[in-house]
Ligand binder design. Sequence first.
Ligand code: NAP
Length: 543
Amino acid sequence: MAKLNTVDAVVVGAGFSGLYLLYLLRKHGFTTRVFERGDDVGGTWYWNRYPGARCDVESMQYSYSFDEELQQEWHWSEKYSSQPEILAYIQHVSERFDLSKDITFDTSVTAGRFDETANRWTIETDNGETLRAQFLIMATGCISTANMPNIVGIDDFKGNIYHTGNWPHEKVDFTDKRVGIIGTGSSGIQSIPVIASEAGHLTVFQRTPHWTVPARNVPMTDEYETLWKENYAEKRANMRLSPSGSLRSVPPLDLSALEASDEEREEAYRERWAAGGMTLLKSYNDLLTSDEANETAASWVRGRIAAKVNNQKTAELLSPKTYPLGTKRLCLDTNYYETYNQDNVDLIDISSAPIDRITPTGLETGGHSFTFDSIVFATGFDAMTGTLLRINIEGRGGMTLKEKWHAGPRTYLGLMSEGFPNLFTITGPGSPSVKSNMLTSIEQHVEFVTNTLIYLREHAVSTIEPERKAEDDWVDHVQETANQTLFPKANSWYMGANIPGKPRLFMPYIGGVGAYRQKCDAFAAAGYEGFRLGLDSKAVAAE
Ligand code: NAP
């Protein structure tokens, strides 16, 4: 058999995580190959090119902190950058650090098998390449497998079908077109106002109204940029130890919403609504733990919806009532509710009558037919586990990750899974990941993994994997932490509830980014507490 190419590490994915991994591993002398299914870098920001796509974490915070010159030199043109600008930034980083020479594009990793004799992963790709690596690092992102609902007749539609998470590279022209859009999560809420501004007519099919607050995006000012750039060291340090990995424009009040008077609450919510962004959710310290406290903010937001939307029947439909504020991902919008005041926009409630079928000319629901030139699916993702479980990953004894995670993901710290030595998941389930500023969490995981690899090399250790008990305890801790909050009350993708048949459990860790980082650091400092380290037999024999 021909000798296989061998590297120290194979990284899957060339988004924010994969690029930083490549940069750091290379810097520390680890031979590294990156495989990316797209034809360029960017990950999430490569695929999600839908109209209106932008980040809802401020760009001064949703950016790499690892290189001082980079963060000083790069200029963001808006407070919340649009997808093209974020993609341009990622491409700039790739060029600046000469990363793409070690990335194989247009190539998916299809399988990884752990060879217990050699303590190496054998990795297969869909371009026929097979290679060996000591470490297999999944930088595959949390929302990278689009969820296309299985609706009868979908292949019969004669017009154009789009998914927000897999949008064409060229501009889609909706001018004067009849467009239907299914889904009102973050992607729907961002794209609906933009599509409505172009389309002849837009029909929105809503199964569940989502909570959304104004983004209040503005062009970047010199003053704001300077404030951040002159204080980056301190601000980034505070972000790393904060609960969410980002700093709020209006600080949270460390007080129960129920201790405040009606007037005080009104002022607190009004101030944060005016400031825009996620800050409203952090007005008081119990909005996500007490139904009663949550309802004070929820009913206040319903009042804003009623004030913005002219037709009160539509306003009612747009007002969430079945789950607490913020327990599905809070959306940030620009003119979302105002869009429903346009004559060319209709809202169709499909909460009790699902879409029956897609027809050659449109779709049918609740006994009504609709005719469209284009249908947009803003129906989300098989999040957090979908991409990992579509790759055939086999650990010790030939056990697959799919088998091990049949009742839900099982990880230690969201980083590793017992039985899968030297396999790392960047922002994996069980880590703060999607419940944090992803950039803060990505940098923390990438640095943790790189430092781990350095430690293993220095100590002649060939394998690392979690101890079963540490993993079991962590899985319990993640669930217990979530169960102390209102999050499990929503049928969210955090819970796996958006994918038929997916196990229901809360996937991200919401114990806080700072607290999580401190745990990781403490375990590493204690000689990787909770991990089992396998000594390199050759090194031992040589001693
Ligand atoms: P999502 O939040 O999962 O929303 C999907 C929408 O499609 C929901 O309204 C859902 O209704 C609906 N849907 C799904 N299947 C359906 C079906 N068979 N029939 C009818 N409706 C259906 O997905 P997303 O909007 O793409 O957002 C996913 C995540 O990506 C966000 O939560 C966020 O973390 C991230 N994201 C971030 C940004 C940003 O930073 N600006 C932008 C976009 C996305 P139900 O609610 O009833 O399930």
